[in-house]
Ligand binder design. Structure first.
Ligand code: ATP
Length: 384
């Protein structure tokens, strides 16, 4: 078991990179703490496999270091890193039995046969492969083969971490859920650092305690599924997580007499005074506002804090409904519970201040985050 540190890591497949877009991995420093269950979540082409291959040693990074438990491993070959990697497609020896497939990594490092046997039985039991141990791998179904692949990663006690690269791609939808639960259970039992790569938010949040969201070669947020949902640190996280994703609209900071106000057309959007002060300080005149459909309040009648909007359409998804409405010409969505009345015509919506997130240059303006400005204010307070 090990912690995995990526220190000022960057990677390009281009010979002479000149701009940030030339990098599949833009410079990042990141730590996967030892024993954690993590997911690396992002769309196709964002750099997930590149990052995984750098950790396992299949790829040499252009810049920076990979450290296991604080020790640099850049120069170590994959087999010297004690990392197990499970790929999208099962890697099994068809002509061998399931038992021999599972035993292979142990026999390779000279583990005595009595230990091989007990470990293989233990792992086969967990993965529900005990009945198949004597069968040739060739006759197995795709999901059974993938379980054998996973098992080969699990048999060794000395692995530092297990990396899964979209391991459930070949698995039937009904079985996916079961295998995901299994992986979670295995993590709890073995306490190995696990990094699970996927582009599926449901897969990421059912497996991982913490998710790194990757976008354009960068980790834009690393947090619990709840943190990603409630406080997206980047507009991409707001868009990518949730179903449907966050509503976004542009607003302008304008002076209204003595006060500043955040305006969307002629509508004033309510944010805290400290947020207005922070935006003024940053010189941010144009911002992006984000609110999740779950947090938009929908009212039948007029209300002091609510804006009149027109219903566009309502989609009934069984246990909930998605209401699309037009707010100052912009289509936005609200999530209604099953028993909520389906509105039509003109309705009123409000955006609770707590859930109205403010983004400048795609990043969240987070008033709870510790800033050097706060430190300076504190120091001034002390001095006074
Ligand atoms: N061997 C390679 N040579 C050149 N460019 C590559 C190579 N492998 C990946 N890339 C590029 O690097 C970027 C990141 O690719 P990568 O495969 O790491 O992304 P990914 O998030 O794993 O995508 P997917 O989910 O589709 O596998 C992409 O723009 C891709 O085209």
């Amino acid at each position: 078991m090990a912690s995995i540190t990526l220190n000022a890591l960057a990677h390009t497949y281009t010979e002479n990179p000149t701009k940030p877009e030339d990098y599949a991995i833009r410079e990042m420093t990141h730590v996967w703490e030892q024993g954690g269950a993590f997911a690396l979540l992002g769309p196709s082409g964002c750099g997930k496999s590149t990052l995984l291959n750098i950790i396992s040693g299949l790829l040499k990074p252009s810049n920076g270091e990979v450290l296991f438990d604080g020790k640099r491993v850049n120069e170590l070959k994959p087999e010297e890193r004690n990392i197990a990697q499970v790929f999208q497609f099962p890697v099994v020896y068809d002509t061998m039995t399931v038992f021999d497939n599972l035993a292979f990594p142990l026999r390779n490092i000279g583990v005595p046969e009595y230990k091989v046997k007990s470990k293989v039985y233990e792992v086969a039991e967990i993965l529900e492969l005990s009945e198949q141990l004597k069968r040739k791998a060739k006759g197995l179904s795709a999901d059974q083969k993938q379980k054998v692949s996973m098992g080969r990663g699990l048999v060794r006690d000395d692995v530092s971490a297990i990396l899964f690269d979209e391991p459930l791609t070949v698995i039937d939808p009904q079985l996916k859920w079961k295998l995901r639960r299994k992986l979670k259970q295995i993590h709890e039992q073995f306490n190995i650092t696990m990094v699970y790569v996927t582009h599926d938010q449901l897969e990421a949040s059912t497996f991982a305690d913490k998710i790194a969201v990757m976008y354009n070669g960068q980790i834009v947020q690393f947090g619990t599924p709840r943190e990603l949902f409630e406080n997206p640190a980047h507009t991409f996280v707001g868009y990518f997580i949730g179903s449907p994703g966050m509503n976004f609209f542009e607003a302008e900071l304008k002076s209204q007499g003595e006060k500043e106000a955040l305006m969307f057309g002629d509508h004033e959007i309510s944010v805290s005074d400290s947020m207005l002060a922070r935006l003024k300080n940053m010189g941010a005149n144009k911002v992006t506002l984000g609110i999740r459909p779950e947090f938009v309040h929908v009212w039948d009648g007029k209300n002091d804090d609510a804006f009149p909007v027109d219903v566009d359409y309502v989609e009934d998804l069984g246990t909930y409904k998605i209401l699309s409405f037009l707010f100052h010409g912009k289509v936005m969505k609200a999530r209604l519970s099953e028993d909520q009345k389906v509105p039509s015509g003109q309705i009123y919506v409000s955006f609770p201040e707590q859930w109205t997130k403010v983004y400048v240059d795609e990043y969240l303006v987070d008033l709870t985050a510790h800033s050097s400005e706060d430190d300076m204010n504190k120091e001034t307070d002390h001095a006074n």
